[in-house]
Design a protein around this ligand. Sequence first.
Ligand code: BTN
Length: 326
Amino acid sequence: MKAPDGNKLAILNALNQGGFVSGQALGEKLGISRAAVSKHIKTLQEMGLDIFKVTGKGYCLNSQVGLLNKTQIDQHYKALGANTADVEVHPIIDSTNSELIRRIQAKTALESGTVIVAEMQQAGRGRRGRVWQSPFGANLYYSYFWRLDDGLQAAMGVSIAVGLAVYDAIKALYQIDVELKWPNDIYINKQKLAGVLVELDGQPQGPCQLVIGIGINLQMPESFSQHIDQAWTDLNQHTQKLDKNELVASLTYHLEQRLVQYRQTGLQDMYEQWNSLNAFAGDYVELNTGHRSWRGICEGIDPQGGIRIRQDGEVKSYYGGEVSLR
Ligand code: BTN
């Protein structure tokens, strides 16, 4: 996947201010010719960015999403009554999760609550070794670092809390009720809107570290849809008022709230709400663990976060695998 270099990023930043910018103004700003500007714009268009030109006016970036900006994230975050967020913004990265994992492995000082967001991931990762499509500027690629002292076992249900935090953030900003698919996918009308990849490191009983990666489709370019192997949607199809910086702030705020709740009482006060949002409630599903599969009616989750499936009149809980509709 191609990534924008310094000049293309500078052009994007100029266009991201909104309105039209002439080729001449861009050329002067960057110290390059208009022909070079036009070549960079062509490459950006090929990457999926919707940039159009009007004669006499110049170029305009048609984005409902905008670009990431740390100052704006901080402003939105403070407006929620929180302190400054510990957010790092990267234009391009291999994977926001991989970056946090590298820092854990290098024993770099890392504050619980550190957030890394990027405009593009060159090696975005999904669950079960899948690729996560991460075109530039289109979607949200977000990772949150969290430390828990209660051991890996205690962290097992955290995906459920994270799914609810994504629900909270989207509900608060756009009044949309997303649905949740076990263990941690976010759906609208049975189409995938967002995915969560939680990666754990640490002791079964002692301190452990979690990297909570969240990818939310915001304005997925049509050219990328052919690479996605399941029904998907993006937020742009459901709301007109998208602001990536506001979403980062809201997500961070709600994630913190849910993680505090999880640390205090586990899923005790969350699992019933999760069940009320279950995308596959009462549906005939298949649970596939990679080695075996089970079919039955999806009955929601138990208080430990396991998925309950009814087979031949008996309900059993399972703690790993992937659920799909049958
Ligand atoms: C899935 O549904 O398979 C999980 C997708 C998780 C994608 C996010 S995007 C930010 C973070 N960095 C990654 O490489 N993956 C997660």
